[in-house]
Design a protein around this ligand. Structure first.
Ligand code: HEC
Ligand code: HEC
Length: 434
């Protein structure tokens, strides 16, 4: 029974398998064909897209070349216009092929913005005004800030005077002394004054005010009238005081040459510690000076050139500064801080040089005015001749009020006000050797 069953079942099963695999094959073929078809259609799509892109690219290339041509045309045109000396402040050429946004500005709108006046008078509206009228308008509209005579009230700008100050350290730059073009005055006043009420002045008022400002600068007489006709003739005081900046052409290249690397110093010697010179910041407990005891407070070798050594001290160029243990190191440290007020002009320590003031090594016990290479003022020369010597009392008195202790000294220092600063600086100066 089992055998016959097998015999029946197997062929059936085999037949089924055969049928199934045939079906599968057909299905597969079907699938394959669909796949091919879809791939084919994709290829078609892609090639269509490629064509499309190519077409767009060529369109864009054409646009670009058209734009290039336009730019070239405009360049040629503007060159021609410039060469023909035509007015470069004229409105730009109308633009073709705009985006269709906005509208043409109306002539009135353009005129409202087009208020600039150029040095040769272009842009000025017709009109006139005299000093007399200007005086009145100025008194009414400007004097509250600029003063009746344009001299400036409080900190408001001065508009007159300052003629002989242009070469000074603090020149008084006014309309009269400094401004190179009258057109700037007209333009500025008309455009932006009175402060807070800009562009309320009529053309005639502006002519009158400008005439009055010139008058208050003594540049015209009281019967002067300014108008669009005589405007361009007027020459300002400082017209030639400005130069074209030619540094980019003439100077910059000189600064860009290769750095000199010849004749360098063969070796470098360390002559002092940075903490002591006060070039490293304090804080963080790192500084030697912070919790220094007398033993580890830095000492250094004084190595001043003989010429800098005060005449009465040992002429040897090397001597070691030994700190006496009775000077409080904290006081020295705070004296070192006070010395920051002096170090723009005074140097101390090994190899100390004269700056605008003499080096101050070994000051206590040193004759006044005795640094040979330093050119002292008369009062110090006299003190030196009289054999006066720096001691703590004299130093404290001098540093408290330099000008009254040494009448006529050229030390431009107002003095140390605090007693403790005087003690500290004395301690510090004692600590820096001789
Ligand atoms: C409310 C105060 C005030 C009034 C009124 C006023 N100004 Fe001024 N003016 C100023 C101030 C502030 C400035 C400086 C503005 C700035 O630097 O931007 C100035 C600057 C100027 C300057 C330029 C000065 C310079 O050297 O830079 C001129 C010129 C001037 N004013 C003229 C006038 C005239 C003319 C009037 C009257 C029509 C007038 N001002 C009214 C406050 C005033
Ligand atoms: C702006 C520069 C300047 C400053 C800051 C300055 N000095 Fe002087 N100091 C001088 C000049 C210049 C002299 C020479 C004075 C003279 O010839 O009249 C001088 C002279 C001295 C002298 C006399 C030296 C001698 O050889 O007789 C002492 C001491 C002195 N200064 C200490 C100090 C001290 C300490 C400080 C800081 C608290 C200080 N100075 C700040 C410029 C300055």
């Amino acid at each position: 029974m089992s055998k016959s069953l097998k015999e029946i079942v197997l062929p059936v099963a085999g037949g089924t398998a055969l049928a199934l695999s045939a079906a599968l094959l057909i299905a597969n073929m079907d699938y394959g064909q669909k796949k091919i078809a879809s791939l084919e259609s994709k290829v078609e799509q892609v090639s269509l897209q490629a064509e499309d892109a190519a077409q767009r690219a060529s369109q864009e290339a054409q646009t670009v070349s058209e734009l290039r041509q336009k730019v070239a045309e405009i360049q040629v045109l503007s060159e021609q216009r410039a060469a023909a000396g035509s007015d470069m402040t004229e409105p730009a050429l109308p633009k073709e092929g705009a985006f269709g946004l906005g509208r043409e500005a109306m002539p009135e709108e353009v005129a409202a913005w087009d208020v600039d006046v150029l040095p040769d008078g272009r842009g000025l509206p017709e009109g006139r005004g005299d000093v007399f009228t200007g005086d009145e308008v100025f008194a009414e509209k400007c004097a509250s800030c600029h003063g009746d005579f344009a001299e400036g009230v409080d900190n408001w700008p001065v508009l007159a005077g300052g003629f002989d100050t242009l070469g000074d350290k603090d020149p008084v730059k006014t309309v009269g002394s400094y401004w190179p073009y009258l057109s700037t005055v007209w333009d500025y006043v008309h455009r932006s004054m009175p402060f807070g009420e800009a562009q309320t002045l009529t053309a005639d008022e502006t002519y009158a005010i400008v005439a009055y400002i010139l008058y208050s600068n003594d540049l015209v007489d009281d019967d002067f009238e300014l108008s669009h006709e005589n405007f361009a003739e007027f020459e300002m005081y400082n017209t030639d005081g400005f130069v074209i900046d030619d540094r980019p052409e003439l100077e910059y290249s000189k600064w860009r040459t290769e750095p000199c690397m010849e004749n360098c110093k063969p070796s470098v010697e360390i002559t002092m510690r940075a903490t002591f010179l006060d070039v490293t910041p304090e804080g963080g407990g790192e500084s030697v000076m912070n919790d220094a005891s007398a033993e580890d407070t830095p000492t250094f070798v004084a190595n001043a050139p003989a010429s800098n050594t005060p005449s009465d001290t040992a002429s040897g160029t090397e001597s070691v500064a030994v700190l006496s243990a009775d000077i409080d190191p904290k006081l020295i440290a705070s004296g070192q801080k006070v010395f920051r007020k002096c170090q723009a002009c005074h140097d101390v320590g090994a190899g100390a040089k004269n700056k605008s003031g003499p080096q101050l090594n070994g000051l206590i016990g040193r004759p006044m005015g005795s640094v040979e290479s330093f050119n002292y003022s008369k009062v110090f020369k006299t003190a030196h001749e009289e054999g006066r010597v720096w001691d703590e009392a004299a130093l404290a008195e001098f540093l408290a009020k330099p000008k009254s202790f040494m009448k006529g000294t050229k030390m431009a220092f107002s003095g140390l006000r605090k007693e403790q600063d005087l003690d500290a600086i004395t301690a510090y100066l004692k600590s820096v050797g001789d």
